[in-house]
Ligand binder design. Structure first.
Ligand SMILES: C[S@@+](CC[C@H](N)C(=O)[O-])C[C@H]1O[C@@H](n2cnc3c(N)ncnc32)[C@H](O)[C@@H]1O
Length: 393
């Protein structure tokens, strides 16, 4: 049975499938109007697979903010040991008509989540590399192995007992966007920040967005970028696939925002002076400084009526509070963090008609904040157990 497959795979943090699918639909509607996006297949909690379409795949590799990886699935094997995996891969690669490899291309192979397989990660990497090099050699195409800076980064993942070999269309994690100059002590991963913006359903045409404890400003930057559907990559970065001969016909000029006319109304407030400096640097690097009013100080000193007035002066009547407050591990005592959550609850309730979303890894948050969340969604923050809470104020 052939193990050759042709799929676009989006991989994200666990619990993000719905948001990732929603974002891809939005991008396709905005960027490829005539195209119909089929429903994806889910592979667990953080992976979606679509039939492969080169234009949609390149759109995702350039614009998709809530995924961590955008992949092109090539082979899907049920082998459970190394020898059958090699035996599956070699003929499939040798007979593959998709010209993704070229003479002299440098390749590298990474594995993720292959713990259940009857061999170690290094052995799997070795077998996949050997299969690629040997199979391409039978066609007179020489691939060389380059552990860093490869032209083609292959990804090997295990889903439901299958080994899936894919090409990484971006060539790096999608969250390494290139705008975060300095991250600070507790930065939120960029793709998670984008997920939070989607979960609040922020509508940048009619609503402000304020992060009252903004740290390095990741949530605010992602909100600005989502509002315009801005390309992911900055500082001269671009998806690896744009340099591959196989996509030469599709690789267009420099990508532009898909909603360039949106003028998001954003606010970032931060207590710590160093963090404010980092936030400003990151806003500059991300090109969003003009969208954001920065308040240096405690949110408690930013009167809600002042925030409302500033938002109205910039043309919006209502808004969204979205933040990733301290969890407590760096604060002096448990009482101190509970006091902060209580104060935040009181502050938010002076913004009637707004919504408020919080991503926090402290189970005591909802009780201290007060009121009833409309949404409570468990969502991991790296290795930490956390949850997203959404309130109607
Ligand atoms: C978990 S960090 C936020 C990280 C941020 N999402 C990022 O990506 O960099 C929490 C931030 O809240 C700030 N903070 C704590 N108390 C505050 C207060 N009362 N007003 C404003 N900021 C506060 C801390 O200085 C810290 O930078």
């Amino acid at each position: 049975m052939s193990i050759v497959v042709d799929r676009l795979r989006l991989v994200g943090a666990p619990g993000t499938n719905k948001v990732m699918a929603g974002e891809l639909s939005r991008l396709v509607r905005a960027g490829l109007r005539q195209r119909r996006l089929p429903d994806p297949q889910k592979d667990g909690l953080g992976a979606l697979a679509y039939p492969f379409d080169a234009e949609i795949a390149l759109l995702a590799a350039q614009y998709h903010r809530t995924a961590v990886r955008v992949l092109w699935d090539l082979y899907d094997s049920r082998a459970e040991r190394l020898e059958p995996l090699f035996a599956d891969l070699c003929p499939a690669i040798a007979g593959d008509e998709r010209a993704y490899g070229w003479d002299g291309a440098r390749i590298s192979v990474e594995t993720f989540g292959v713990e259940g397989f009857a061999a170690g990660e290094r052995q799997i990497v070795g077998v996949v590399k050997n299969a690629l090099v040997e199979a391409f050699a039978t066609r007179g195409v020489r691939l060389t192995v380059a552990p860093s800076g490869p032209d083609l980064l292959f990804s090997v993942r295990r889903y439901d007992g299958r080994i899936v070999v894919s090409l990484d269309l971006a060539g790096r994690p999608m969250n390494e966007r290139g705008y975060r100059m300095r991250a600070g002590p507790a930065p939120l991963r960029e793709d998670l920040a984008a997920n939070l913006v989607m979960l609040t359903r922020h509508d940048a045409r009619h609503e402000a967005l304020c992060d009252p404890m903004a740290g390095a400003g990741t949530i605010v930057i992602e909100a600005a970028a989502m509002a315009r559907a801005h390309p992911v990559w900055m500082s001269g970065r671009k998806p690896a696939a744009l340099s591959w001969p196989v996509f030469a016909a599709h690789a267009s000029a420099r990508p532009e925002p898909l909603f360039p006319d949106t003028r998001p109304v954003l606010f970032g407030c931060e207590l710590d002076g160093d963090a404010v400096e980092r936030m400003r640097e990151n806003f500059e690097a991300a090109g969003v400084s003009e969208d954001v009013d920065v308040f240096a100080g405690s949110f408690a000193d930013l009167a809600p009526e002042r925030l409302i007035a500033r938002a109205q002066a910039r043309g919006v009547e209502t808004g969204v509070i979205l933040s990733n407050p301290p969890y407590g591990e760096r604060l002096g005592s448990a009482d101190e963090v509970l006091r902060l959550y209580r104060e935040l609850g009181e502050w938010c309730r002076e913004l009637p008609g707004w919504r408020a979303g919080f991503f926090v890894g402290n189970d005591a948050f909802p009780e201290a904040f007060g009121g009833r969340p409309r949404v409570m969604k468990p969502l991991k923050n790296g290795p930490l157990r956390a949850a997203f809470y959404l309130y109607d104020l």
